[in-house]
Write a protein that binds this ligand. Structure first.
Ligand code: PLP
Length: 433
């Protein structure tokens, strides 16, 4: 294993992080040899505490679609911070951001804000249960909806799921939760149809990532989900936390032309600040109205100290303003295509079977002969090699989450693409067997 060079001061920060934080702020952490502490980010770059520069493809795990510290976001956040950071009450930025989501998202007639994507999916599922009066939800194997107990079912399973029983992704989840979650196979129309038909009487919602991780929906799959859920009185929830404002300004709903009942937003919608949203048809969202309590109508409690935080909403508004400019999505798609096609060519020249998955400004690099269509397909690829490839990139100055998605932003330039392809070339050579 190779190592990133780090000063003694840098190593001291890492030692303190190991002691105070268990070495990471999330469950994802690189091996110790490649661990770094970040000092700052600007545009497409991040810098570690030694001043070493990396071209960033983590981009905050997706939120920074217009780049780090974009001047418009910095200005909007500074202006709002000087006016007060939080009120637990209505503010102008929160109202305006809700209106922007309603303009952008076909399913959105009303919006509720929370602080994280995990909360957004948790509340969307609760809203669906309250509205339908039914208890169960159906999700897809490999679909990630955050870390709430309902979402952590067959999201990251390393073995095939015995459909429809989920495999919990974490210890500490009560087994009763697993009994309320059914799991189907992504892109499998027949299995999904059978499960929806058999369980329609107890199924509140089907939740999916319309682009599941980097696995595109098979032609007609989302349309069939829409048709089946409508037919059986089950709500359809699109988790657009990654795809919202990324695949298109109107997210996956615009890109794929399918309108769910509810959708969740996070990441790009708040430009790197803590805010997420649940949006949907007004009749369904009405269950969050507290004045219903005691009137015999369904009601789902939804609260949070920082909900609709005005600083985060201001960051979101500034980000969406940039994303609304002409040519933005063309540029995001073009930059990503250069990276994907460049990588495919480099791999082909070396006779390495690579699968570059994804759509729009994100992609994932897997190694194998077959293009995966679902989670078992992903498990069948050489994931150790994918992780080694990611680590080789990290070591050579690309900031990546090894084995996971690459997020592309408006800040990534053609020079970044050229430098990245040089690194890809060396990283491919290093994983050649
Ligand atoms: C599709 C999807 N849903 C939900 C989440 C959870 O969001 P958060 O990390 O803000 O809780 C994520 C996070 O990566 C995600 O990718």
């Amino acid at each position: 294993m190779t190592t990133v060079t780090r000063s003694s001061a840098h190593q001291a920060w890492l030692a303190r992080a190991r002691s105070a934080l268990g070495g990471a702020v999330t469950s994802f952490k690189p091996p110790d040899e490649l661990a770094i502490v970040i000092s700052h980010g600007l545009g497409s770059r991040v810098y570690d505490v030694d001043g070493r520069e990396y071209i960033d493809y983590v981009m905050g795990s997706g939120p920074l679609i217009i780049g780090h510290a974009h001047p418009a976001v910095v200005e909007a956040v500074s202006r709002q911070a000087a006016l007060g950071s939080t009120f637990y009450w209505l503010t102008v930025p929160a109202i305006e951001l809700a209106e922007k989501i309603i303009e952008a998202a076909p399913c959105a007639e009303q919006v509720k804000f929370v602080s994280s994507g995990s909360e957004a999916t948790f509340h969307a599922l609760r809203i669906a249960r309250a509205y339908t009066g039914k208890q169960k939800i159906l999700k897809f194997e490999g679909g990630f909806h955050g870390v709430n107990d309902y979402a952590m079912m067959s999201a990251m399973a390393s073995e095939p799921t015995p459909y429809p029983q989920p495999i919990p992704d974490s210890d500490g989840i009560p087994p009763q939760i697993a009994e309320t979650v059914l799991v189907s196979r992504w892109n499998d129309v027949e299995l999904t149809r059978r499960l929806i038909e058999e369980h329609a009487h107890e199924l509140a919602a089907v939740i999916c990532e319309p682009l599941q991780r980097a696995l595109v929906p098979a032609p007609g799959f989302l349309q069939e989900l829409r048709r089946l859920t409508e037919q059986h009185g089950v709500l359809l929830i699109f988790d657009e936390i990654v795809t919202g404002f990324r695949l298109a300004y109107g997210g996956a709903q615009e890109r794929y032309g399918v309108v769910p009942d509810l959708a969740t937003y996070g990441k790009a919608v708040s430009g790197g600040y803590p805010l997420a949203a649940i949006a949907g048809k007004a009749e369904i969202m009405a269950v969050t109205d507290p004045s219903r309590r005691g009137r015999g109508e369904p009601v789902a409690h939804l609260s949070g100290t920082l909900n609709g935080n005005p600083v985060a909403a201001a960051a979101g508004l500034a980000t969406l303003e940039v994303l609304r400019q002409p040519g933005v999505y063309e540029q995001l798609y073009r930059t990503t295509e250069l990276l994907k096609s460049g990588l495919r060519e480099l791999a082909a020249e070396r006779g390495i079977a690579v699968q570059v998955l994804g759509e729009g400004p994100l992609f994932q690099v897997l190694f194998g002969e077959q293009e995966p269509k679902d989670h078992p397909g992903v498990l069948a690829t050489d994931r150790t090699r994918a992780r080694r490839f990611g680590l080789a990139c990290l070591e050579r100055g690309l900031f990546v989450n090894p084995g996971e998605k690459f997020y592309v932003s408006l800040a990534h330039s053609t020079e970044d693409v050229e430098r990245t392809l040089d690194v890809f070339e060396a990283a491919l050579d290093s994983v050649r067997d």
